[in-house]
Design a protein around this ligand. Structure first.
Ligand SMILES: [Zn+2]
Ligand SMILES: [Zn+2]
Length: 275
């Protein structure tokens, strides 16, 4: 039973009574009655929001309360990236990794360890697209907490000295109005009390969206894209992004961060695309 809805319905009823009373007695106690009416009006808005599903699970419509986004059942059913290589985060058959690494990473390990909470499949795709293309910035909280739930239980968790969100070019920032990686990094930074460095790392080359590029073209597409001006001597850095595909963007950014003195670079992303 959704108690909140019943309570707000009763308030709605009293609001009409007060409105009627206000009209009838408009000369007497008007300020007081107007104040009460305003409070009831705000509570009615609250009720309207409740029936607009902000208290319900994003996927199944079960009641979850204001602070939650999905119910426990739907959360458990999301495509968690549990059986994956500990270096490239690509999904693997159970038991196929050696020392946590896939056959490709055993031969040549990349300079950045990727941690990705989910596989890039529905309904994770919907969440990523809703935030990025429909400006649903409230999803940053859910994305950041999911990343954190994942990395805290995966091997080799180290709390970083800095979060570096993957920067976007100022032209794209103007078009979109926000950097989704920065929004997620801010939440992670708040929870772990770790600073977010979003000013010393810049994207200086306006590139095509990586999603439209072939595997090889992605590397040349991002080449020379980033500059880092800060001094990161001895720092453990975590790069934050929403989706990782070939890893060419984070690899290039990690290379620049190492050149500026970073001691270790790990990438935390919400979803791993497999191509
Ligand atoms: Zn649900
Ligand atoms: Zn691997």
């Amino acid at each position: 039973m959704r108690l909140l809805e019943h309570v707000t319905k009763i308030i709605l009823y009293f609001q009409y009574l007060f409105l009627f009373f206000l009209i009838e007695n408009c000369c007497v106690f008007v300020p007081t009655l107007f104040f009460i009416y305003s409070i009831l009006f705000i509570l009615t808005l609250f009720y309207n929001y409740s029936i607009m599903n902000i208290f319900n699970c994003y996927f199944c419509d079960d009641y979850v309360g204001l602070s939650e986004f999905v119910c426990d059942d739907c959360y458990a059913l999301l495509p968690w990236n549990y059986y994956c290589c500990e270096a490239c985060a690509l999904p693997q058959m159970m038991g196929s990794c050696v020392g946590g690494l896939c056959s490709r990473c055993l031969l040549s390990k990349s300079n950045v360890i990727l941690k990705s909470a989910f596989l890039y499949e529905d309904p994770v795709v919907q969440i990523v697209r809703a935030m990025k293309y429909n400006s649903r910035l409230e999803f940053a909280d859910f994305i950041a907490k999911s990343i954190l739930n994942y990395v805290l239980t995966s091997p080799g968790f180290i709390c970083p000295d800095f979060f570096v969100p993957v920067p976007i070019h100022k032209k794209r920032l103007r078009q979109r109005g926000f950097n989704q990686a920065l929004e997620v990094a801010k939440v992670l930074g708040d929870i772990l009390n770790v600073p977010v460095d979003y000013s010393s790392c810049l994207k200086v080359k306006h590139t095509k969206p990586q999603v439209n590029c072939s595997k090889l073209a992605r590397v040349s597409n991002v080449a020379g894209s980033f500059i880092v001006t800060g001094n990161l001597k001895g720092a453990r850095v975590v790069i934050v992004d929403d989706v990782v595909t070939t890893g060419s963007t984070v690899n290039l950014l990690a290379k620049v961060l190492y050149e500026r003195g970073a001691k270790s670079v790990v990438s935390w992303t919400f979803a791993r695309r497999v191509i």
